[in-house]
Every structure is written in C-alpha cells, then in structure tokens.
Design a protein around this ligand. Sequence first.
Ligand code: SF4
Ligand code: SF4
Length: 243
Amino acid sequence: MYGTGLLKGMAITLKYFLSRKITVQYPEQMPELQERFRGRLYLEFEKCIVCGMCTKACPNGVLSLEDARDENTKKKKLISYTIDHQYCMFCNLCVENCPGNCLHFNHDFELTQFNRPDIKDVYHRPPEMDQVSPQASTPGSGDANEPEPGITEAALKKQKKMDALMTALDKNPVKVLSRYVDGEEDAQILADIVQADRGKAEKLVELMADDQDKARKVAVAFVNKEKKQRQSQTEGGEKREHE
Ligand code: SF4
Ligand code: SF4
C-alpha cells in the first residue's frame, strides 16, 4: 500500500521525539562513562621492571623507554618512559602484555592539545628512586630500598590542574560545580558544602582532575546527604512547633 513507508518513518520519528533525550550538553555536562572506558594511558613508574614487553606489543609505536644499568645492583633501571597518545588506538595490548601491571587507562578523554608535542606524556625517573640507604647500597646486603612513588609529568600536570580548579572553585563555586550536579539549586548546595568544609573541597577537586565520573558521583552524594540533613532538620523544627 502506498504511504506505508512514510507512516513507518513518521512513527519512528515520533517515538524518538517523545523518548528521553540522551544528548549530553558537553562540556557543561560530562558524559557518563562506562567502567571499562579507555581514556588516557598512564604508567606507574615505580612498578616498571623495564622488560620492554609493552613497546614490543604496541602495533603503533606509541611507547618508548630509556633504560640504564644500575651500578650497584647491575639491574636495568627505567630512566624515562614516553607515551605518545596521538598514535594510540586504545587496543589495550600493552596493558595485557605488561607483567608488572603498571599500565592502565583512566577516564580522562580530553587529550586534545594546541601543540603536537604536548600530547606526549614523558615520565622521568624521580631522584628519590636513586637515594639508597647505606645498608641497601652495600652490595649483597639483601633487600633493595623501597622506591618512593615517581614524580611524573602527569603528576605535575594533575597538581597544576588541581590548583587551577581550586582557584576557580574559590572564585565562582556555583559555576564550577554546576558541571557535576543537576540544576543551579544543587550547585548552590554543593558550593555551601565545599565552602564550609575544605577537606571535602580538596577531595572533590582531586576527583575532578582525575576522574570526572567519580567526581560527579561524589558531588551528587554530598548534595543528597545535605538535602536529607536539611529535610530532617526542617521536620524536627516543625514537630517541635506542633508540640
Ligand atoms: S593501547 Fe594499543 S596502541 Fe595504545 S599504547 Fe597500548 S598497545 Fe599501543
Ligand atoms: S611491559 Fe610493563 S613492566 Fe615491562 S617495560 Fe612495559 S610498562 Fe614496564
């Protein structure tokens, strides 16, 4: 029959017109990411055993490392590690092949940079990893000293991001926080919370710099808890008035 296709098409259009909108107003609103989402690849420097499996596994030559021989232990040590994100296709082969479990993906998908060299993450060996205790530096003395966590460029970047976020939060909390909760009223409640509690502000800022998804969940949890408290306070007041 003529017109059936047209009617079917109109029915589909109407169905989607009336269904819940799933478009996210990025960047004001951050998308909900799945747990296994692959964003920025990062390295736990201090765990790397310099086996080179990751560089061999990567089909795109994203990863490169520089190593040297430790004069005391005669073992290889990592000097620097480079991740050139622009060529990464998120295949996960490096992560799967790393025996030290030191490569991971986080949820940071905002990898765009103005300058091409800035896309690279270069990790340098922190000097703390070469500071050995007198006992450990004696050849054959047993356990080597425990390396301290690496100071990476990524960590420095994160710190800078956190400082910038904290400044923005101090200047205009409602505007910054409206990205993490729904509506201005919730943003105002959250602003009151973080202004009253510096610890919560710092926790939230760290999550904002690290994991947007978690930051949103924590922000919503803070607001819901505060709302409940306010509601119970109101109900308590009303009860007392009636008594
Ligand atoms: S995810 Fe794939 S392309 Fe990206 S660095 Fe790892 S092995 Fe290379
Ligand atoms: S595979 Fe893992 S342990 Fe081996 S060099 Fe790469 S990151 Fe280091």
